[in-house]
Design a protein around this ligand. Sequence first.
Ligand SMILES: C[S@@+](CC[C@H](N)C(=O)[O-])C[C@H]1O[C@@H](n2cnc3c(N)ncnc32)[C@H](O)[C@@H]1O
Length: 414
Amino acid sequence: MSTQTVTIDRLGALGHGIAHTSEGPVYVPHALPGETVAIARHGSQGTVISTAKTSTDRVAPTCRHYDPDRDACGGCSLQHLAELPYRDFKRELVVAALAAKGLTPEVGPLVACGPGQRRRTVFSVRRTEKELLLGFNRAETNHIVSIEDCPVASPGIMDRLEQIRRVAAALASAAGAFRLAVLETLTGLDLAADGLKPLGDKQRRGVVEAVLALRGIARVSANGEILVEPQKPVVDFGGVLVSPPPGAFMQATKEAEDAMAALVLAHTGKAKRVLDLFAGSGTFALRLARTARVHAVEGEEKSLKALDQAARNTQGLKPVSVEKRDLFRRPLTAQELKAFDAVVFDPPRAGAEAQVRELARSGVKKVVAVSCNPLTLARDLRLLADGGYGIRTVVPVDQFLWSPHVEAVALLER
Ligand SMILES: C[S@@+](CC[C@H](N)C(=O)[O-])C[C@H]1O[C@@H](n2cnc3c(N)ncnc32)[C@H](O)[C@@H]1O
C-alpha cells in the first residue's frame, strides 16, 4: 500500500473515478472527475483519505447508509453525483458501448426513474450470534450492511421492512447467508429466498406461523418451493393480470417497464404477427396481444405457464402461443422467422448472439432489442446492422437508479 495524491480524469463503467498516473490507471470509488484526492493505493485500486479539490458536480447523498467513511451499503455507487452529470454518465455508457462497435445511431435522452420506484429488490440476509443482518453487501465484499431505510426501494417494500425482517428471521438458520428477493405485487409482497440450506419441518412451521401473523405478505418461497401463500401474487402488465412464479424475472422498476413497453408497442405498431423472445412472464407479449397475434418464447417453464394462463384468462386479446426453448442453443431460424412481421427480444446480460445471427439473415421488418447490458447490446446491434438493419434510435432507461447499470431499448427496421 502507498499513499498518493491524484486528480480524477473521468468516471469508469462502474462509476469509479479514474486517475491516470505514471504507474497506470487507478480506480477510486466515490471520487469525481476534476477532484484532487489523497488516496491509499493498492495496485490499481484507491481509497480516498482526504479531498484537496472538490467537484462542483458533487452533491450530498440522499441515504444515510451511503457514507464511504462509515459502514457503507454497496447497493448504490453514484448518489454523490449531481443529477445532470449523472444522467449524462448513464447515457454515455450506451453511446460509448455502441461507438466501440463502430455504431453511431441517434441515442435519446435518458428516461429517468426516481427514488422510491424499485418494486423488486434482493436483500442479503445472515443471522449472526448477536443479530439478524438484512440489507445489501458492502461494495465488492460479502459483508452485509443492515439497512433501516433505502431511498431506491418503493414505499410498498420499505413500509413493510419489519414484516420482511420477521420472515427472514424465520427462514434464517444459524449458518450461512442467503438472498431474499422481494417483489411488490398488487396483493402483497412476494418473498423468494434462495441459497438457503434445506428447511426442517419445525422451521417450515415457523415460517408459516410468522407469515400468517403478519399483514401484507402474499407468498414466501424457499429455493423455488412455495412455503406459504396467503394470496396469489399478482402483477399488472398493461392491464393484463399475471401471477408470476416464485423468484421469476420481473423488471425491477415499474416506471422503467412501462417506458420500455411503450417503446416496444410504438415501434411494432401495426404488425399483425409478433414474436417475443426471452418473454419471461409476458411483460411485452401480453401487452402486444391487444393488437397482434403473439408467439412468446422463453426458457423458464414456470414463467411461460404464468404467461399462458394470463392470456387465457384475459378477454379481448389476440391469440397468444407459447414455446419453451433454449434460445442460446436453438435460436429460431431465419426460415422460422418468416412467420413474423416484428420481433422483440430481451435477453439476459449475455445478450442474444445466436438468435441475432439468425435475425440478421431474416426478412423480419421491425425488430426491438431490449437490453440490460450495453456491451452485449452493442455486439448484437453490430450483427444486425451488418445484416442490413437500420438502427432508428436507441433509448437508455435508468431502471437501476444510482447504480452503474443501465437498460436500453433499440428500435431497428429493414
Ligand atoms: C431480461 S429477462 C426478460 C424477460 C421479459 N422479457 C420481461 O421483460 O420481463 C430475460 C429472460 O430470458 C430468459 N432466458 C434466459 N436464458 C434463456 C435461454 N437460453 N433461452 C430462453 N430464454 C432464456 C430468462 O428466463 C428471462 O425470463
